[in-house]
Design a protein around this ligand. Structure first.
Ligand code: HEM
Length: 193
């Protein structure tokens, strides 16, 4: 059985899973930001929230699988310490360390969201903003460490994901509060409050 497992193309699997995790996390963050945008129908908000949770949870699960695969790889094996302790890897300690920190950050984000009704709202929201540095860490880790970055299509996907997140974040913090305030004023006028 062990013999069968060590002959898996673990390094290739690890790369594919790592990129899949990155894309799911990027899409999940976009959906999380979109959730704070006003929506005409409550159903739209619900769908955004459901997909945000699905994508970020799946991204975290794949990220963990990707991080653990080097331990059983025969191509370039990692010791447990190199994977679990940030910046302890023999090769590219900083870039690998960012991957480890991103994985821990993703775990904190997913589990703090599961228990968010038991935490003060402001505290939960402040902790949820950790998503931005976690995403930045996964980007730097994947882009600068990944062998697939040499492929043009992959570089475009990284660029697109960054452009989407930066644009949505700018709109979210610069414009959404004004939309919401205008919507409230219209509602108050209608109800005569
Ligand atoms: C949420 C956590 C993580 C995400 C989203 C992530 C994502 C990625 C991505 C997108 C790549 C580029 C794949 C490629 O182009 O080939 C990559 C490469 C890599 N990651 Fe991670 N990673 C994470 C955690 C980790 C951890 C904990 C380790 C272990 C220290 C690790 C080790 C590596 C290695 C060694 C590579 C280079 C593979 C190669 O191209 O040869 N990653 N990662």
């Amino acid at each position: 059985m062990i013999d069968w497992i060590v002959h898996w193309p673990t390094w290739e699997l690890m790369r594919v899973i790592g990129f899949g995790s990155y894309m799911l996390i990027a899409a999940g963050i976009c959906l999380g930001i979109l959730y704070s945008f006003p929506a005409a129908k409550p159903q739209t908000k619900k769908t955004r929230y459901r997909l945000h949770t699905l994508f970020t949870n799946a991204g975290m699960a794949l990220g963990l699988a990707h991080g653990l695969l080097p331990v059983i790889s025969i191509y370039s094996p990692f010791a447990w310490k190199e994977v679990l302790v940030p910046f302890a890897a023999v090769h590219h300690p900083v870039l690998n360390g960012l991957g480890t920190l991103a994985a821990y950050g993703a775990i904190v984000l997913v589990f703090s969201s599961d228990f968010r009704h038991k935490i003060a709202k402001k505290l939960w929201y402040a902790s949820h903003l950790l998503a931005y540095p976690v995403f930045a860490a996964t980007f730097v880790h994947g882009y600068f460490l990944g062998s697939d970055t040499k492929l043009l299509a992959i570089r475009w996907m990284y660029l697109l994901s960054i452009a989407m997140i930066v644009t949505l974040t700018a709109v979210r913090f610069a414009i959404v509060p004004q939309w919401k305030a205008a919507g409230m004023q219209r509602k108050m006028k209608r109800t005569g409050a």
